[in-house]
Design a protein around this ligand. Structure first.
Ligand code: GLU
Length: 464
């Protein structure tokens, strides 16, 4: 039974798009193999927790469609799924390791550790704990019994650690370079390393698919599995997303929080589709596919190690393709909901055919169509010198009895001829009079939607 997980830490205000990308692979691998996908919250670094971050993260994961089989919200056979509620479990396992000589107690004060590190740096040695307490465990335990603060450290063996990464192949790292990792901190919380290994084991995770930033930690995790005598899961480390300029994805260049894209009116399915293409491509070269198609086609062995580029411009292009595929009636509802049902539904409905090809995300709608809901308050061109022309056009438009795209078009063409202006110039003036802007959806259609009275009012306001 394949079981995968994502284990986000609520140290930001929402889920990072990079976590969605690895989450997708975890989801797909589990579903493809008829297994389960789990969400576990890793909140043991209490100093870095962002209030409200966990709630938002779980909401976003739901919204985007990465539904978990087990999570802090829905529970499951291995509750609790939030590490801060599992402290007694980690303590028990850390003590068990110490009792078996695979870990040891340490009561070194921060001042001693600082001095030690400074000395090692001065001597150009790799900074790591000098095992002072390891050599005096009896005294250390007596001190602890009297109430001294302590941590539990893993005794890292001086061996090579080799493992097969399902994406990167064979990885070898030397134990002698590794520090005797703290497993249990003095506040009783586990470090990430203890928490992740204990939980992945107890929650029966078979495949650990995570970001490459965790690759250097993996030897420590393998040493821990061996110390416990537990079966080691399969590992797959996914390359981190990059900005188009190849720098690490960071909030300074582009939004990194998933909800920021959803709030701009990027569809969850489009964002998933785009993220699915980070480090992986469809075997048939398809760019647009559903989550089900992705699950069917995905294979871990096809994931690339080259750093994938997350380009918000391409994401918007892809979202535009999704907009084109939505039924008009559904798109109307989506636009109305996006704008909190504050727009006239019938106007939105009438405008769909003229904007569907022109918007890439829902938030593009109002900047393009605001003139359909209220008259322009500013004009892109000075209308003062155009009064005579507008007056002629207005008179012609007034005579129309059946207000339709065709009659508006024919009438304006006639008015254009009479004016002696070039078509481009004439229609630009009319467009600005009606919409306030030089660029808008097609004018005749827009005028039909606005209705005869409104169009004439807009023109006459400028004449008077
Ligand atoms: N808590 C880690 C994170 O926030 C998870 C690392 C892992 O998947 O092992 O990314």
């Amino acid at each position: 039974m394949v079981r995968t997980r994502i284990a986000p830490s609520p140290t930001g205000k929402d889920v990072h798009v990079g976590s969605i990308s690895t989450g997708l692979m975890n989801f797909a691998w589990a579903k493809k193999n008829g297994g389960q996908f789990i969400i576990r919250i890793e909140d043991t670094d209490q100093t870095r927790i962002v209030p409200g971050g966990e709630k938002k993260m779980l909401e976003t994961l739901e919204k985007i469609g990465l539904h978990a089989d087990e999570s802090p919200l829905i529970g499951g056979p291995y509750i609790p799924y939030r590490q801060s509620e599992r402290l007694t479990i980690y303590k028990k396992y850390a003590e068990e390791l110490a009792a078996n000589g695979k870990a040891y107690y340490c009561t070194c004060k921060p001042e001693r550790l600082d001095a030690m590190r400074k000395k090692q740096q001065a001597e150009k040695k790799i900074p790591k704990y000098d095992r002072h307490c390891y050599t005096i465990q009896k005294e250390v335990k007596e001190e602890i019994a009297k109430g001294s603060k302590f941590v539990i450290r893993l005794l890292i063996p001086d061996t090579e650690v080799t493992f097969t990464d399902l994406i990167r192949g064979t990885v070898t790292m030397t134990g002698s370079n590794l520090d005797d990792q703290v497993l249990l901190k003095s506040d009783g919380f586990p470090t990430y390393h203890l928490g992740v290994v204990v939980d992945d084991h107890l929650m029966k995770i078979t495949h650990v698919i995570r970001g490459e930033e965790w690759l250097p930690s993996t030897p420590k995790h393998i040493i821990l599995y061996e110390a416990f005598g537990w079966e080691i899961p399969f590992y797959a480390h996914v390359s981190l997303l990059r900005n188009p300029d190849k720098s690490k994805l960071s909030k300074r260049k582009n939004p990194v929080w998933t909800s920021e894209y959803l709030e701009k009116g990027i569809f969850p399915e489009a964002l998933l589709n785009y993220l699915a293409l980070m480090g992986w491509s469809h075997p048939e070269g398809k760019e647009i596919f559903t989550l089900d198609e992705y699950v069917a086609a995905f294979d871990l062995k096809d994931v690339q190690t080259t750093a994938p580029v997350f380009d918000p411009v391409k994401l918007e292009w892809m979202n535009g393709e999704y907009i084109r595929k939505v039924q008009n009636s559904k798109l109307k509802v989506q636009i109305c909901e996006f704008y909190k049902n504050e727009l006239s539904e019938s106007v939105v409905e009438k405008s769909i055919p003229i904007i569907k090809e022109r918007i890439k995300k829902l938030s593009d709608y109002l900047p393009l169509c605001d003139f359909l809901f209220h008259p322009p308050s500013t004009y892109a061109v000075d209308m003062g010198p155009r009064k005579q022309l507008l007056g002629q056009a207005s008179k012609k438009l007034e005579s129309i009895t059946d207000w339709s795209v065709k009659s508006i078009g024919d009438t304006l063409m006639e008015a254009c001829k009479d004016s002696g202006l070039k078509t481009g110039e004439f229609f630009m003036i009319l467009r600005v009079a009606i919409t306030g802007k030089k660029i808008s959806p097609p004018l005749n259609e827009s005028m039909e939607i606005l209705g005869k009275d409104e169009c004439l009012t807009r023109i006459n306001v400028l004449i008077n």
